[in-house]
Structure formats: structure tokens, C-alpha cells
Write a protein that binds this ligand. Structure first.
Ligand code: COA
Length: 166
């Protein structure tokens, strides 16, 4: 089934919370953080940008990203989430493509995504690698014992990251 991409509004606050919880991937504190970021964005904070994927008016996925503080042209992909019942159908790819196109249009240079090194995150890591992210760093035991942080980066400059800013 096809989906459309649109902004995430106040009406999607509860559906977004349900969506993040339904993945089973995030602690309750992280679910709250996801909703807080939406609240900040709805209050006018441009550091958090959202796009939603909709099917029959229902939210089936979303991405949230924003500029990384203290950097020039680096952005963090804070969240990308798809309804478990709809995963593997290309919705995540569409959301990511939207983020990349939006950032490229404003001259962003680097997109950063953090995830876990745990075995149950293998598909998430494959998703990033499939979409041109490279595994730039691993921090052993970062999240918890035996739960590493894996930092992925995607070059948005066509291989010209070292170039000085104009
Ligand atoms: C990671 C995620 C956003 C990808 O979205 P998606 O719509 O499932 O992905 P797509 O259909 O566009 O792409 C499918 C590819 O992503 C990977 N993938 C990740 N999760 C998958 C899943 N549950 N089912 C199938 N493929 C999955 C695979 O590599 C697959 O391609 P392949 O089968 O050719 O290897 C989504 O699966 C998700 O919400 N996962 C749980 C939350 C999460 O880990 N988010 C990232 C950290 S914030």
C-alpha cells in the first residue's frame, strides 16, 4: 500500500507515542523523549524537524532530525520509526530520502545516526548501511553492559567532506 509524506501535527502526538512504543525498541524514557521533541517542534523550535508517513490518514512512520549543536552543517537523525506491521515495505526508505533531500537542499554536509550494536538491531544497522551510511565509530558498552553504541554517518557532499566551507 502506498503512503504519503506530510508534516507531523498536534493531532499526531498520541499516534506518534503509540508508534514509538509499538516498535518495542525503546525504553519508556525514550518514548517520552520522542514525544517531548515533537512538543518542542510544535512550539516552534526549529532544532527538531519532523516528517510523517501516512496511510489512510493514519501515522505509520516518522523521522525527526535537526542540526547538531556546535557543528557546521552536520545534522542528527534523532529518530526514524516505522509501524512494525509496515516495516520492510519501503516506508523507512521514503522517510530517509525526504530527510536527505531536505538537508542537501540547505547545504548540510553530514548526517549522523546512532544505534545499538545489539543483535536485535541487526536489521536497523542493515537499513543504514543499505542507504549509504558508514559505520564510523563504535563505543563498547555505551548503552549498557554488552550494548555498544554504533555511530553511522552519511556524507551529503559527494565525498567532499574535507573541503573548506565557502
Ligand atoms: C529501521 C526502520 C526505520 C526501517 O524502516 P522500514 O520501512 O522497515 O525499511 P524499508 O522497508 O525502507 O527498508 C527495508 C530494509 O531495511 C532493513 N530493515 C530494517 N528493519 C526491517 C524490518 N523490520 N523488516 C524488514 N527490513 C528491515 C533491511 O535491510 C531491509 O532491506 P533488505 O531486506 O533488502 O536488507 C524500521 O524498520 C523501524 O522502525 N525499526 C524499529 C525502530 C528503529 O530501530 N529505528 C531506528 C533507530 S531510531
Amino acid at each position: 500500500m502506498s503512503c504519503s509524506l506530510r508534516p507531523v501535527g498536534r493531532a499526531q502526538r498520541a499516534p506518534l507515542e503509540r508508534l514509538v512504543r509499538a516498535t518495542g525498541r525503546f525504553r519508556e524514557s525514550e518514548v517520552r523523549t520522542a514525544v517531548e521533541l515533537l512538543d518542542e517542534a510544535l512550539a516552534g523550535d526549529h532544532d527538531y524537524r519532523f516528517v510523517g508517513a501516512y496511510q489512510d490518514e493514519g501515522l505509520v512512520g516518522y523521522a525527526c532530525w535537526g542540526p547538531t549543536p556546535g557543528t557546521e552543517g552536520t545534522h542528527d537523525l534523532y529518530w526514524i520509526v516505522v509501524d512494525p506491521a509496515q516495516q520492510g515495505a519501503g516506508i523507512g526508505a521514503r522517510l530517509l530520502h525526504h530527510v536527505v533531500v531536505t538537508l542537501s537542499a540547505v547545504g548540510s554536509r553530514l548526517l549522523v545516526a546512532e544505534t545499538s550494536g545489539r543483535a536485535d538491531y541487526a536489521l536497523t544497522r542493515r537499513f543504514y548501511e543499505k542507504h549509504g551510511f558508514i559505520r564510523a565509530a563504535t563505543i563498547p558498552g555505551y548503552y549498557a553492559p554488552a550494548d555498544d553504541l554504533v555511530l553511522y554517518t552519511k556524507d551529503l557532499t559527494d565525498g567532499d567532506l574535507a573541503r573548506a566551507a565557502p
